[in-house]
Design a protein around this ligand. Structure first.
Ligand code: UT7
Length: 351
């Protein structure tokens, strides 16, 4: 038996935020963001709209797409680094909102690799016979990280005021990160099916020596209390990132782990029909494509429209590829991601 994705869905918030809009808040430009990251626009959630709600939208669509009803789901895996609350996790919130049965819900993190880690768990659950139908959700609301008090409400039409020079300077200090992220959710239903189609080998890695290259220092339970006004004023509730180091790791380790999974599965790299790469930066995606020696049409991307949605990029991309008719029966598809942890990995999926 194999673990087969039988339904997909997305849940995206209403506000489209362009590069031009961001350049009204800080010293940046559409050209810089496009050239360095490929991103043209991203979505922002309404204040009060959490990642659990986006996840519920995506999950409802995925369950309907699979031809199932919520009561058919046997277990939930919810991957997010931006949950509604520190406790409880998004799993029980989604269970209540969708009216699922009294089933186990697992909350996992693993940031940009959350979806891959979720695939591994779902596959193990199904292969062991423990659960037959698993709902895997990746959802993020990154806008909660943004320095909202510095005029960010103007981006979603909640205020029309002019940004002060002091606010512009403060916003510019975090521009290397804030321009990259967007909000969104993707979900898949995974079921056990006989046949050749389904998840093939998955390889996951962790290197905690890289934990500091992408991390958030504020809102930490090592602090007393865990969050203070001072931390917010010092920008410590926004992630810090060594962009170049993450970039280098991404373009090296993702091709490496894709090759590893190819070897495990006996599928040659040039026999991969589609490689779905975590959507953080178009230059990274193109770097992975070139390192694998694949033509551009085999490495689709949508980072232009959504920005980096962390745990949600792969399920949103998979859903859009399906909708565009790019995924046909009998294909070898590879998922790969790398992010904070460092966590990275790849999974083969035969359609
Ligand atoms: O999901 C995993 C999470 N993260 C990633 O995958 C991110 C990986 N890293 C990257 O994508 C890239 O490193 C960035 C897009 C973050 C940055 O691109 P870069 O080519 O590495 O630029 P840089 O950091 O070398 O900065 C070049 C210049 C600097 O100015 P100076 O020192 O040359 O005067 C920055 O201050 O660009 C400046 N800069 C900006 N300028 C306009 C940084 N951010 C911006 C901005 N707008 N938003």
């Amino acid at each position: 038996m194999r673990s087969v994705i039988t339904g997909t869905g997305i849940g995206v918030p209403p506000h489209v935020v362009t590069n031009a809009a961001l350049s009204k808040l800080m010293d940046t430009s559409d050209e810089w963001i496009r050239v360095r990251s490929g991103i043209q626009e991203r979505r922002y959630a309404e204040p009060g709209q959490g990642s659990s709600q986006l996840g519920v939208l995506a999950a409802g669509n995925a369950i309907a797409d699979a031809g199932l009803t919520p009561s058919d789901i046997d277990a939930v895996i919810f991957a997010t680094m931006t949950p509604d609350h520190v406790l409880p996790g998004n799993g029980p919130l989604l269970q209540k909102a969708l009216g699922l049965r009294d089933i186990p819900t697992f909350d996992i993190r693993q940031q940009c690799s959350g979806f891959l880690y979720g695939l591994e768990l779902a596959d193990l659950f199904i292969q062991s016979g423990r659960y037959r139908r698993v709902l895997l959700v990746g959802a993020e609301v990154h806008t909660a990280f943004m320095p909202w008090h510095l005029g960010w409400d103007t981006l979603i039409g909640q205020s029309m005021r002019e940004i002060t020079e002091a606010e512009r300077i403060e916003n510019t200090a975090s521009r290397d990160r804030t321009v990259l992220f967007g909000d969104g959710a993707g979900a898949v239903v995974i079921e056990g099916r006989d046949g050749d189609a389904g998840l093939g080998p998955i390889r996951l890695h962790t290197d905690g020596t890289g934990a500091g290259v992408l991390t958030m220092l504020g809102a930490s339970f090592k602090r007393r209390p865990f969050v203070t006004h001072e931390q917010i004023d010092a920008g410590e509730t926004l992630p810090i990132m060594s962009g170049k180091e993450v970039f280098r790791s991404a373009v090296t380790l993702m091709p490496q782990v894709v090759r590893e999974v190819c070897e495990l599965s006996g599928v040659a790299v040039d026999a991969l029909d589609l490689v779905l790469v975590h959507q953080a930066n178009l230059r990274i995606i193109e770097g992975v494509q070139k390192a694998l020696g694949l033509s551009a049409d085999r490495v689709p991307h949508n980072v232009e429209r959504w920005g980096n949605t962390t745990a949600a990029t792969l399920p949103i991309l998979f859903h859009e590829c399906r909708q565009q008719g790019l995924i046909k029966p009998g294909m070898n598809l590879m998922f790969t991601a790398l992010g904070s942890g460092l966590h990275w990995g790849a999974a083969l999926y035969r359609t």
